[in-house]
Design a binder for this molecule. Structure first.
Ligand SMILES: CC(C)(COP(=O)(O)OP(=O)(O)OC[C@H]1O[C@@H](n2cnc3c(N)ncnc32)[C@H](O)[C@@H]1OP(=O)(O)O)[C@@H](O)C(=O)NCCC(=O)NCCS
Length: 203
């Protein structure tokens, strides 16, 4: 790559001052607020485009220089410790090339597993699954499952192994038979605390 001291590149590398200030101001609550809706609220204030019904986990690093370049579409899930890079200054900072700033799009109902890293310019297709700790440098096709470093497409598992898995079906049966033999006062107490069993996972 060519050496780059282009002022527009420099501006790109630093980003607009006020946008960056806003992005930094809400960074901590966006990372560590105790509920997904709060984290999404603060990420939106930072300038990230997040659709309806999404979930964003703890400590998700995204769009630190150009938050507006990150789009998470309706129903997509970005779990804890994911990193979505909209810029790569590696060649710029070492004087060997230009800044690579490209948008990242997570399409509807896609799922990013714990700790994965998505590079600039990548689009994660609708309902695609990215495995935990994967490194994604290329677009991911809709409905596919990718994992690994770098992420590669994995053959999909037969649907009957997923919902519900044989073990979870077994667990449901055991719980149902347990409830049938429980004394009334225990059942009452269980009902009181049922919200804990049924609450959504807060990634
Ligand atoms: C990607 C994923 C959905 C695949 O699940 P699965 O279909 O049950 O796949 P399997 O466990 O049968 O694994 C199949 C192969 O892929 C590999 N693999 C699975 N997940 C992987 C990952 N994250 N990174 C690298 N390889 C992975 C397995 O080692 C296995 O390889 P092998 O065939 O050579 O033995 C799952 O492993 C995953 O990462 N889920 C995300 C979990 C997560 O982050 N949840 C957030 C909290 S809700």
């Amino acid at each position: 790559m060519q050496s780059s001291t282009n002022p527009s590149d420099e501006k790109k590398a630093r980003g607009n001052f006020w946008k960056r200030a806003l992005g930094v101001l809400f960074l901590l609550p966006a990372w560590f607020a105790p509920h997904t809706k709060l984290r999404i609220f603060f990420h939106r204030l930072r300038g990230i485009n997040i659709g309806k019904g999404c979930e964003v986990g703890y400590f998700v690093i995204m769009g630190n220089v150009h938050p507006e370049m990150i789009t998470i579409e309706d129903g997509a899930v970005v779990t804890a410790h994911c990193t979505l890079l909209e810029h790569d200054n590696a060649y710029y900072y070492t004087g060997r090339g230009a800044v690579d700033s490209r948008p990242v799009v997570v399409k509807k109902k896609a799922f990013l597993g714990i700790g994965c890293v998505v590079f600039p310019g990548v689009t994660i297709g609708e309902r695609a699954i990215v495995g935990a700790m994967s490194l994604v440098k290329r677009d991911v096709a809709a409905d596919s499952v990718v994992c690994g470093q770098p992420a590669r497409t994995k053959a999909p598992k037969p649907a009957d192994l997923h919902s519900p898995t044989p073990n979870s079906q077994l667990l449901t049966n055991i719980l149902a038979s347990r409830n049938a033999f429980e004394p009334k006062n225990v059942q009452k107490r269980r009902k009181k605390f049922q919200w804990i069993e049924t609450r959504k996972c807060n990634h």
